[in-house]
Design a protein around this ligand. Structure first.
Ligand code: PEP
Ligand code: MN
Length: 343
């Protein structure tokens, strides 16, 4: 960290900054320049509270030389994090993972039907909310434990791995008993007690980007999970709030390239919540894979027009099937492939 002093800063003000840095337990190194002095803070362990420095007399600006996160960074770990699931699906390697399923688990008939269909189309991870975060308290909230049991049943029948959302810390441990991956949703990316619980639940975590979160904030949220000892974190870009209402969210494809630059963690893209409209899901899924995403998370419903949540953005099964064929070609064009279908 560099504390840049004003042109007019006095020697006393510079000495004040040096004394504060030393009182915080770090080494201070004044660097005289032609125009102004900067004071280097040496030994930053990520715990520096810059609030103690920013308002000191004579301080112009603070420049961060290193990132505020550690364990999620590429500097910490050069090799990509590769996550293996019990059914053989590998996330973060050369192969691209297809996670698909309805927004919510609605009934045994619905989830078993769509799971069977998706498996034959090549998806190896089944999504479906049992605890569905809804903007309105009057909307369908999911089936709760019954939904988790139905997901477990779908895994038994198809061999697909399960990803489903937990809404609170107790929920994280409960979901971990049933699911292969615990999902932390966009609304909860800043829920630090949930992040800590997810990091202790013993399962890989799918962490979605908050609706107004920067990539740095997403990586810091992931850092909470790694800090609890769980290094199997999959990041998910699902769009951020925008001023434009042509889509539900603004899907930030640059997040894929940026995360790959900054972090060793895999990143997948959710073009369903990212766009909100069925006809935009397929083009954005193609773009995500072309950009280097390690997978996609797509809502597919056997009868989207009857879905209890997010029907407008859910693909028909035939659309998903066509998409998979296209994604395979795109993956190969960039030297990758799709995860092999389950037997
Ligand atoms: C979901 O994946 O079911 C979901 C609610 O998505 P998000 O948290 O991205 O809104
Ligand atoms: Mn949904």
């Amino acid at each position: 960290m560099l504390i840049v002093m004003r042109h007019s800063a006095t020697p006393e003000e510079i000495a004040g900054v040096v004394a504060t840095i030393e009182a915080m337990g770090y080494e201070a190194r004044p660097i005289p320049g032609k125009q102004r002095v900067a004071v280097g803070l040496i030994g930053n362990d990520g715990k520096v509270d810059e609030a103690r420095l920013v308002n000191l007399p004579g301080v112009l600006q603070i420049i961060h030389v290193s990132q505020p996160y550690k364990q999620v960074s590429r500097e910490w770990r050069e090799d990509p994090t590769v996550i293996g699931l019990a059914n053989g699906t590998v996330i973060g390697g050369r192969e691209i993972v297809l996670m698909a399923g309805p927004c919510s688990v609605e009934s045994e008939e619905q989830i078993l039907a769509i799971a069977g269909t998706l498996k034959t189309m090549g998806a190896t991870v089944l999504r479906g909310g049992a605890y569905t975060p809804r903007t309105s308290p009057y909307a369908f909230p999911g089936l709760g434990v019954e939904g988790l049991e139905l997901l477990a049943r779908a895994r038994e029948v198809t061999g697909m791995a399960i990803v489903t959302e937990a809404l609170d810390p107790d929920g994280a441990f409960l979901v971990a008993e049933y699911a292969d991956i615990v999902q932390v949703g966009a609304r909860n990316m800043h829920n630090y007690s949930l992040l800590r619980a997810a990091g202790r639940a013993g399962r890989p975590v799918l962490l979605k980007r908050g609706m107004a979160a920067t990539i740095t904030e997403l990586l810091l949220a992931a850092e909470y999970i790694l800090n609890e000892g769980e290094h199997r974190v999959i990041l998910c870009e699902r769009g951020v709030r925008s001023f434009d209402d042509h889509a539900r969210n603004l899907l930030d494809i640059t997040a894929v390239a940026t995360v790959h630059e900054l972090s060793h963690l895999p990143i997948i893209v959710d073009p369903s919540h990212g766009t909100g409209y069925r006809r935009k899901v397929i083009p954005m899924a193609r773009a995500a894979i072309a950009a280097g995403a390690d997978g996609i998370l797509v809502e597919v419903h056997p009868h989207p027009e009857r879905a209890l949540s997010d029907g407008a953005q859910s693909l028909y099964p035939e659309e998903f099937e066509r998409l998979v064929t296209e994604l395979r070609s795109i993956a190969r064009a960039i030297g990758r492939d799709l995860v092999a279908p389950l037997p």
